[in-house]
Write a protein that binds this ligand. Sequence first.
Ligand code: C5P
Length: 402
Amino acid sequence: MNELQGKNILIGVTGGIAAYKVVEVVSRLKKLGAEVRVIMTRAAAEFVAPRTFQEITKNPVAVEMFTGAINFHVEHIALANFADVVLIAPATANFLAKAAHGIADDLLTTTVLATPAPLLVAPSMNTLMLEHPATQKNLEILQSRGVKIIDAEIGLLACGTSGKGRLAEPENICAEIVKFFAPKILEGKKILVTAGGTQEPIDPVRFIGNRSSGKMGYEIAKAAQVHGAEVILISGNATVDAPKNLKFIKVETAEQMRAEVLAEFDSVDAVIMSAAVSDYRVKNVAAQKIKKDNETLTLELVKNPDILKELGQRKKNQLLVGFAAETQNVIEYAKNKIVEKNLDFIVANDVSKEGAGFAVDTNIASIITRAGEIENFTKMPKSELAEEIVLRVAERLSVCKK
Ligand code: C5P
């Protein structure tokens, strides 16, 4: 993947222990095709040797303001102009304070003042320092100037305490950078995604569930977000962490999912229904835990509402995308579902194939449209398939709504 090919990223590393994690950030950005230059503060250079960044970026690392100028231009101006985007990670409380007040007393802060490029800042520090009104105010000031804050995460901190202040994971920082550069083809669009598996109670401790991990739907939600959509993610049970910065609604049963989906349906431009919704639920849910007194146990099941079918009946301008997870006759069943549920297109996969379906990180799918066109994809990461799905949604929305 070369999402960052041709992009120039300037990274400012300030003096926090999390500086070592930024080595991975740089390495990932390079793999995505970016040209990366690094400026370190003197304190940062106490934690990680500048040579480490030098080796990964294949570029000299700038630390000092007045010595060892790399270009014949004035150093901070050359770096400021190089950048398409500037990322500060980790950003210490000291850096935030200086940036918020326009102080320029070293190479990094001077460059930050001189650059026309947008700024992304990933704070990392002890919880009390982060929560201090001074730091919070500084973050507010930066945000009001359009600086994007990549929120610190909660966890065990280097100082031995636990709380908010850990540098965002390298993967998440890189995702923010990719998002920053992605064409905003879904800007102004609202997309509803369902994901995960519903669970139908049998008694207070047991349920009927399925093997859905939620991975496919969560990747779709992330991809739609990357392209500028406002995303609502309604999720049943999932084994992966919920994406950040979107409206996340957790549900258990098919009926709960139906209620939440219908509540949002009128306001959205598209629905991508990737949830594995239970077709049946237990008719009479036991109020107390069922005892194993009998040799056999019979549960009477009743049919759940078909949410997607109902959306197909209600739809006005909304684009509807369904999923068909099958173990045989995939294309044939999928085509029938397009008609039966009034869909625009369907993503079909044979879940019995290795590398497709539940729990795994890859999928082997076909996209089938209402007009009968079939696109067959080879085995690919769910994140890439998500991108393909979202691109097709964007294409159709821009055709429909103009
Ligand atoms: O009919 P089938 O369950 O195979 O269709 C799958 C598609 O329908 C998926 O998009 C799934 O999310 C949706 N579905 C639904 N409500 C159900 C069952 C499936 O919306 N009760």
